[in-house]
Design a protein around this ligand. Structure first.
Ligand code: ADE
Length: 446
């Protein structure tokens, strides 16, 4: 770890900071809602003196969020929420802005958890997660379940005095969570009665999941696959696993690019919706021999398994855009492969299975962030407006909230949508008094 102006940090190369600055400013052009929040924060300083630790993908968009929190008066540190998603120039630039960044693209597991340790060491009062790594680690510490922590965190935690352990855990007022996968974990914690503080489920806001998950994931997943492979989507058979908001986005965009899209699902309603949206729906074992490209976005484990790899056609390409690298059973692929992996291009690896080639992208990690730049800034504008307002809300109201998973108040969600529309110069109608009365009555219009 290095220090500059008394900030601790661990980034790849500080000489990349100028490049990072230009990239962050480019993203800022497409984030008008966050910009307005930043301007208000700079005047009102609602986060004055608050220690915020964020575990997010270190991208140009995240940089704009961190600068917004800083404008609001927060003292911030940032660590990566995925070992492959960090944009090293952005990490370096944020350090020059006085933010302690702990993130290096391609970091190994030990360094990844060393960075989570650094964020917790900072004694945050608010944590921001994309996948619940900070909150999960904090709770393992609180419950003294040291053996369930990654080795680096385990050895750190056993060296903490009891007073220090309590200080780390009890200092947290609340947390925010960016992604579906993280919220599933948090709800499980709440159901087990072990969640210790309120968490704002940013993903549950309409201005988050309807846009980021659908249009952001829809575009950036294909962007990652195209940058990695330069394959032609027109005419390809693309198998999309999972028809949540992210899967819907990817399936729709792939169809728009001329692909024949097959959807696999486990939920009857979603499968029905995919069918009526015009996609072919079938189980993975039927789709496996048909696909040219497979994309998993289910949030669950082992969606593509040994038998599926054996059934795939020569040259099939497999990618994941779900949060964790567990959806493609890579150990099974390694088990059944005669040879490999052979690196063909950056983050493109080929295995030979029964004489047929199976190509794995980004080692099964988030393809949109590993091989491209994640969601476009224009959509992260709304996601991160939610994050910034959630931090302000937790500061103001956190002590009144129960230790549960909460949504951001509906008025704030609406306000973000209004600001986004205004930034696009789109006006909408308002209800007349007569219409308002009609909507709140039951005895008119019969
Ligand atoms: N998740 C998906 N895309 C992202 C981005 N551009 N920045 C931060 N987190 C993301």
């Amino acid at each position: 770890m290095s220090q500059t102006k008394a900030i601790e940090y661990d980034v790849a190369d500080m000489s990349l900071a100028d490049e990072g600055c230009l990239r962050v400013q480019w993203a800022e052009r497409f984030m008008p809602v966050l910009r307005q929040i930043r301007e208000r924060f700079a005047e009102e300083r609602p986060l004055e003196g608050l220690r915020v630790a964020a575990c997010l993908h270190v991208t140009t968009e995240t940089a704009n969020l961190m600068l917004t929190l800083q404008a609001g008066g927060a003292d911030t540190v940032l660590c990566a929420s995925n070992p492959l998603s960090t944009q090293d120039p952005v990490a370096a630039y944020l350090v020059t802005k006085g933010i302690g960044v702990f993130a290096v693209k391609g970091e190994n597991d030990d360094r990844y958890y060393e960075h989570i340790r650094a964020a917790l060491e900072y004694r945050p009062q608010i944590t921001m997660d994309d996948g619940a790594d900070l909150v999960g680690s904090l709770h393992m510490l609180a419950l003294q379940r040291y053996d369930d922590l990654a080795p680096v965190l385990r050895s750190w935690s056993t060296k903490l005095s009891e007073a220090e352990r309590v200080e780390v855990v009890e200092g947290v007022l609340g947390s925010t969570e960016e992604t579906t996968t993280g919220i599933i974990r948090l709800r499980a914690m709440a159901a087990d009665g072990i969640l210790r503080f309120p968490v704002i489920a940013v993903n549950d806001s309409y201005t988050k999941h309807l846009f980021d998950n659908r249009y952001g994931t829809g575009q950036s997943t294909l962007d990652g696959i195209l940058r990695a492979t330069n394959m032609l989507l027109a005419g390809a058979t693309v198998v999309v696993s999972g028809y949540g908001w992210c899967g819907r986005g990817v399936a729709t965009r792939a169809r728009g690019a001329g692909a024949n899209v097959i959807v696999t699902e486990v939920d009857a309603l979603r499968a029905l919706e995919a069918t009526m949206d015009g996609f072919r729906v079938m189980p993975m074992h039927e789709a496996a021999p048909l696909g040219d490209l497979f994309i998993t976005l289910t949030g669950d484990i082992r969606v593509i398994r040994e038998a599926d790899f054996l059934a795939m056609k020569d040259g099939a390409i497999v990618a994941n855009s779900g949060h964790f690298d567990v959806e493609i059973d890579i150990p099974a692929l390694e088990r059944v492969s005669d040879s490999g992996p052979l690196q063909l291009r950056p983050l493109v690896e080929e295995y030979v299975v029964n004489g047929k080639r199976v190509v794995l992208l980004a080692r099964g990690r988030l393809i949109n962030l590993a091989s491209a730049e994640g969601h476009p800034a224009s959509v992260m504008d709304m996601s991160f407006a939610n994050q910034a307002l959630a931090a302000e809300y937790l500061r103001r109201m956190g002590s009144t909230l129960t230790a549960d998973v909460h949504r951001i108040p509906a008025e704030l969600d609406q306000e973000i949508a209004r600001l986004k529309l205004a930034s696009m110069s789109i006006e909408i109608d308002t209800l007349t008094e007569e219409q308002e009365r009609y909507l709140s009555s039951w005895d008119q219009g019969t």
